[in-house]
Design a protein around this ligand. Sequence first.
Ligand SMILES: Nc1nc2c([nH]c(=O)n2[C@H]2C[C@H](O)[C@@H](COP(=O)(O)OP(=O)(O)OP(=O)(O)O)O2)c(=O)[nH]1
Ligand SMILES: [Mg+2]
Length: 141
Amino acid sequence: MHETSSVPPHKIIGVAVIRNNQGQILIDRRHQKGAMGGLWEFPGGKVELGETVQECIKREIKEELGIEIEVGEHLITVDHTYPHLRVTLTVHYCCHLTGIPQPLECDEVRWVNLDELKDFTFPEANVEIIDALLKNAAAHK
Ligand SMILES: Nc1nc2c([nH]c(=O)n2[C@H]2C[C@H](O)[C@@H](COP(=O)(O)OP(=O)(O)OP(=O)(O)O)O2)c(=O)[nH]1
Ligand SMILES: [Mg+2]
């Protein structure tokens, strides 16, 4: 018998949890049109050929938000399969250095406290990221 189920495309994504000196985290709202439209996310994007994840994160954040960051410690890597897409999200903590975040490639950007993350709707893969963030924060209290 012929197997017709197909393997979804796989994107390798660098993701930034950017913190300011008040301990807030930067989130952005995806464009209404398009995949996962209107959901909130941590900024980031596809790793390009020949680029490290850290280089990708720094580049994407400059492109998407117009700010400079320092890429820090790895938080978690999440592999998740949506109905039509598999993503590997490699998440790093980052420090905000300079510039005011601009919504250059999204609808909105916002600084939020950790305990406010639950009030925003994120893609399914982010449940694990937010869990890891909260656990880490609790462990370092
Ligand atoms: N940046 C980011 N992407 C996430 C998160 N959670 C999550 O499932 N994703 C998914 C959504 C996208 O399919 C993919 C991010 O890739 P992307 O931003 O380069 O791609 P995109 O779909 O916005 O658009 P395109 O560049 O492929 O046209 O990862 C998150 O917290 N941050
Ligand atoms: Mg992106």
